[in-house]
Design a protein around this ligand. Structure first.
Ligand code: NDP
Length: 414
């Protein structure tokens, strides 16, 4: 089951009183985590480690970080650990020798691990690299807790069709989408006037454009509210992350692009607001800690405990909101334009951004060049007829590759 309007009703119709993992008395919940060594992966394992009797870890995966992966697999008694980079296999195997934990390497092993029997697969690989394994989990009918927004941004309709065809459940992990999911409940989407995602504004929210132009890697990696992986932290500084989230919301909650909005909220306490046609606005509030939305994705429809700071509104004193500045932060406008262009434009947006962020982190381009690279890549990709709507994962991956080549060319690195 997906999160479209009909499916939300379906969730409501089939909803049984839930059992939270923390109060679990039956068999443990089987969990696989794709991207276990990353920020989301480790937050998930932090929750798991607090009620280990409630979970059984089927598979943990990483890209190159064999040492940390082995450590996590041992600590959480995983059955299988998979390293995507075959070069890490020896180290992983040696680190797990004598533990009884199976080690495997390579893309095929990663995809196979994603489809293993499990009650939930947490899709937390960063970037388009997460597509194949997440599609594999969906195809096997696994419930997916989706952090990898790229599945929706690059494969939108193809991904949602796969979810529907498999008759499986998709639970959003992104805090704004988890908030929208909660504020929407079982409401009829026809009653929704607006879904407003909040954005912290990132570290450069108050900086003038000339100062932003000279922003360093270290400055861009200092997020004011959230602790996250490097790619999404840069995306938060450019507001590309909010653009990606706008596209993600478009597919998860099909109210139409005109009814999706973004407001800057520097405190990151309100994560999303849903405005209804009777004037009611429902919002979800929580301190900025990814363990809150991750916990819901693991326990839905029940709730489980998360060790996050209780929200103290009196101590906070005030919550502020402002309109995003599209001149200093053009990413949001680019994301909306990509959605309006349709077809594979969002996929090109994502691929160009991934290449540009990597180039920025490597010191090859400046901070403002990230958005410029994405804009130029979108224009060139359109001229090269790369916006044809994808019909399969193979189409999506082909467009992704072609768009990366365009973006590398724009930057002058390929
Ligand atoms: P991180 O960079 O912290 O972690 C990424 C994980 O993916 C690591 O386990 C990494 O392994 C693995 N990985 C990277 N490249 C590959 C590859 N080519 N093949 C297989 N595995 C790979 O990312 P985050 O945890 O920050 O983000 C993960 C996803 O969740 C992203 O899509 C992000 O947009 C989304 N998200 C993240 C949030 C956050 O708070 N961090 C909030 C909301 C969404 P290794 O350690 O070996 O490199």
């Amino acid at each position: 089951m997906s999160l479209g309007h009909e499916d939300q009703l379906k969730i409501a119709a089939v909803r049984e009183p839930g059992t939270a993992p923390s109060s679990h008395t039956g068999s443990p919940r089987r969990l696989s985590i794709l991207g276990a060594t990353g920020s989301i992966g480790q937050s998930t394992l932090d929750l798991v480690g607090r009620t280990p009797e409630a979970f059984e870890i089927v598979a943990l995966t990483a890209n190159t970080n064999a040492q940390d992966l082995a450590g996590l697999a041992r600590r959480h008694r995983a059955r299988l650990a998979v390293i995507a980079d075959p070069g890490g296999y020896e180290e992983l195997k040696n680190s797990l020798a004598g533990t009884g934990i199976e080690a495997a390497a390579g893309e095929a092993a990663l995809v196979a691990a994603a489809g293993l029997p499990a009650d939930c697969v947490v899709a937390a690989i960063v970037g388009a690299a997460g597509l194949k394994p997440t599609f594999a989990a969906v195809a096997q009918g696994r419930r997916v807790a989706l952090a990898n927004k790229e599945c929706l941004v690059t494969a939108g309709h193809v991904f949602m069709s796969a979810v529907t065809a498999a008759g499986t459940e998709l639970l959003p992990v992104d805090s704004e989408h988890s908030a929208a999911f909660q504020a929407l409940g079982t409401s009829d989407l026809a009653d929704v006037e607006r879904i407003t995602l909040t954005a912290s504004g990132g570290p450069f929210r108050t900086w003038p454009k000339e100062r932003i132009a000279a922003a360093t890697r270290e400055q861009a990696l200092q997020h004011p509210n959230w602790t996250m992986g490097p790619k999404i932290t840069i995306d938060s500084a450019t507001l590309m992350n909010k653009g990606l989230e706008l596209i993600e919301a478009f597919y998860l909650f099909p109210v139409g692009v005109d009814r999706l909005d973004v407001v800057v909220h520097p405190q990151s306490i309100v994560h999303c607001l849903v405005s209804y046609r009777d004037g009611s606005v429902l919002a979800q509030l929580a301190n900025p800690d990814m363990r809150t939305p991750i916990a819901l994705s693991l326990s839905f429809p029940a709730r489980m405990s998360a060790p996050t700071q209780p929200l103290d509104l009196v101590k906070l004193g005030s919550l502020t909101f402002e309109a995003p500045d599209l001149e200093r932060f053009p990413a949001l406008g680019l994301a909306r334009a990509a959605l309006e262009r349709g077809g594979a434009a969002p996929s090109v947006f994502n691929a160009a951004n991934e290449i540009a962020v990597a180039a920025f982190l490597e010191g090859r381009i400046g901070f403002l060049d990230i958005a410029t690279t994405v804009a130029t890549s979108l224009d060139r990709a359109e001229r090269e007829s790369l916006f044809r709507a994808p019909h399969s994962l193979a189409d999506v991956l082909a467009t992704d590759e072609a768009a990366r080549a365009v973006a590398r060319n724009v930057i002058g690195i390929g």
